[in-house]
Design a protein around this ligand. Sequence first.
Ligand SMILES: [Zn+2]
Length: 238
Amino acid sequence: MDSIEKAVSLIKKSNYTIAFTGAGISTESGIPDFRSSGGLWEEVDPQLFTAQNFIENPIEFYELALPLFKEIKEAEPNPAHFALAELEAAGDIEAVITQNIDNLHQQAGSESVLEIHGHLRTGSCQGCAKEYSFAEIEELMQKDGPYCLDCQGLIKLDIVFFGDSLTTEFMEARKLASQAELLIVIGSSLEVSPANLLPQLADKSLIINLSTTPFDSQAEVVINDSASRVLAEIAELA
Ligand SMILES: [Zn+2]
């Protein structure tokens, strides 16, 4: 049995499978992996994405980040995203937990998606919680800055910054992972805490990633290959 057949057999035997995705699933959609070499961090100081920097320099943050985020918003799902939506529709996986903020799982048709690092669809006023769309925030940046029209509070994108506290989505993700008989890790190097704790909570794990991860020795099957190629094959056989 080759490793793809082993992966399919694991999925077929499991009664409760959760997928966990990282930046690696979206690189084939043209979104750079923030942490790999040649990635976004080489162009942008990671300090930009700390909660403290955002509070202290919100206008500078938006001026630098909005063009990057706009590129992410224009990306399209690739065969890996579509394969996960197919597996969910077929009842082979229950939900996708993602570290990505790119909305590509939903665009591909996944219904149950937990975004543990948030998303770019909206931002919220830190004063009165009024919600603003991404386009509205862009518009405000052209005028008076990212401030609430009702209370002048600072509008923060609904993404998780470094230094932010854990989201309710993360708590929910932890619950799903601990219920999982099988966790399929896709495109994550499992180096970011606390997300890297999730694979330890599931009974079994399957890792699909271009490079090795610190959890490879604990996984049932590890496939070091392109997520889109591997998942398309798995969805076809499952
Ligand atoms: Zn407000």
